[in-house]
Design a protein around this ligand. Structure first.
Ligand SMILES: C[S@@+](CC[C@H](N)C(=O)[O-])C[C@H]1O[C@@H](n2cnc3c(N)ncnc32)[C@H](O)[C@@H]1O
Length: 262
């Protein structure tokens, strides 16, 4: 898909370097967000099976002691930036998901509707110890008229019986490109965006990292806005925009995701 420069500049400006607490009245239909894990994570751990020099710096982690407070701030950000019938999907690694669960339950103005599990292939070489490969996704709503579409266009609904509890999607690792720790894969985001929003809806991610939520939202005809404190996330976003908008990245993804068959 060839994009003119004006369009790309417009997409680029939708990623703001901004603290999640500073957003006001975004009026989002859907928030998809993936908070830091609270485990002193940097994405540069030696057990990752990837070239560390490609991983950008600047990821802002949350300390374990402040995790509950930060999650509460995130819920305030979600509540004030959703429209009256908006909803949010909050990702969580397994270590501190109990904290997220408890904070949502006690938070007035948002209702916990359910939880999904994303199962994925894990990057660290798992020869010496077992590796966990599940994220939890908390589904919360603000009003009563939230959107849910029965079918998406990924293998999740195209093959076998759709099962909204377990989402199995591989990570779409990129080679020789700047990497953002914990970047979410395209097809997983496609699955949840198609199920939980309609075309032209406004999607918001206040902790966007590489900006992958915005890229997939745009490719699926949704509007988006997003932010992160890490300017290096925007560097990754720029190369991902180039990859997905100009270079037919989705076809390249299919090849990359079958690397072990070579
Ligand atoms: C798990 S990562 C998000 C990765 C993202 N989902 C992706 O696909 O690339 C969490 C992000 O939250 C950012 N962050 C932490 N505290 C923040 C804050 N107060 N405001 C904005 N961003 C923040 C970190 O810099 C990090 O990029």
């Amino acid at each position: 898909m060839a994009m003119n420069n004006i369009k790309v500049n417009d997409l680029f400006s939708k990623f703001e370097i901004k603290d999640m607490n500073d957003w006001e009245n975004v009026g989002a239909d859907l928030i998809i967000t993936d908070p830091p894990f609270g485990i002193e994570f940097s994405g540069k751990n030696g057990n990752y099976h990837r070239k560390v020099e490609y991983v950008v710096d600047g990821y802002v982690e949350w300390a374990k002691e402040e995790y509950g407070k930060k999650i509460k701030e995130l819920l305030v950000c979600i509540e004030k930036n959703l429209n009256s019938n908006g909803q949010a999907l909050i990702f969580s690694g397994w270590n501190n998901s109990n904290v997220i669960h408890d904070r949502i339950i006690e938070f007035p103005g948002l209702k916990l509707m359910g939880k999904m599990y994303w199962c994925y292939n894990f990057a660290p070489a798992c020869k010496v110890r077992p590796a966990h490969n599940v994220y939890e996704i908390f589904w919360v709503t603000k009003g009563e008229q939230w959107t849910y579409n029965l079918r998406c266009n990924t293998h999740h609904c195209k093959k076998g019986e759709p099962n909204l509890t377990t989402l199995s999607f591989k990570r779409d690792y990129k080679v020789r490109m700047p990497k953002y720790p914990t970047r979410l894969p395209f097809r997983l985001l496609q699955c949840i965006i198609e199920h939980f929003s309609n075309k032209n809806d406004l999607i918001f991610d206040p902790l966007c990292g590489s900006g992958m939520v915005g890229i997939v939202a745009f490719m699926l005809g949704r509007r988006f806005v997003m932010g992160d404190l890490n300017p290096n996330g925007k560097t990754v976003y720029q190369s991902l925009l180039d990859y997905y908008l100009n270079k037919n990245g989705l076809i390249q993804d299919q090849t990359l995701m079958r690397w072990w068959e070579k």
